[in-house]
Design a protein around this ligand. Sequence first.
Ligand code: COA
Length: 181
Amino acid sequence: MSPRADIVVRPAEPGDADGMGRIHVAAWRWAYAGVMPSSFLDGLDPVISADRWRSVLAGDTTPPDGLRVRVAVAELDGRVAAMTSFGDGRDRAPDDPTGELWMLNAHPDAFGTGAATALIDEAVRRLAVDHERAFLWVVEDNPRARRFYEREGWRPDGTRKRQAIGEAEIDEIRLTRDLRG
Ligand SMILES: CC(C)(COP(=O)(O)OP(=O)(O)OC[C@H]1O[C@@H](n2cnc3c(N)ncnc32)[C@H](O)[C@@H]1OP(=O)(O)O)[C@@H](O)C(=O)NCCC(=O)NCCS
């Protein structure tokens, strides 16, 4: 599918929260079916997710340790179709300027449209103002996302972590890329 020409990328606003909750739940159910427990995925609630995003976007919830983070969305046909957040790296030592792509999710209806590509381009461009390099975490068993990030120049740096979600152990790998090269 060739990228759509009518994608609008802009900073997220509190009024985007409902759409972002919808995207979060749909994207996770799509990506992690068979990876995370179905009880966990079934329990995801777009209304609760939307409330969290509303609080973040209103400035009522701020990241810990003074980390700076921005949130952006991509619209298709006047509707929020994908979202990203990015900023200072959560893993870094205090004097390490590495940035992080914290989150990137597209609604499955928007897969392959170029909305996610437009957003990651924006995130990389904005991250590059403050950071020379950035990292992100991706679930190891998420082939579509891994292919997408590989195409966008992100490479494994050999760091991994495992987290428990219900009875499942989820392996994640860290990818990095130069932002200014
Ligand atoms: C990851 C994500 C943002 C990418 O956006 P997208 O619009 O789906 O990405 P694209 O269609 O541009 O690219 C996906 C690539 O993976 C390929 N792909 C699709 N299914 C695949 C699979 N099962 N295995 C391997 N590659 C696959 C596509 O062919 C494409 O590669 P190509 O450009 O070389 O053809 C989106 O899929 C998403 O939100 N997924 C759910 C949530 C998620 O996983 N977020 C990332 C968390 S770190």
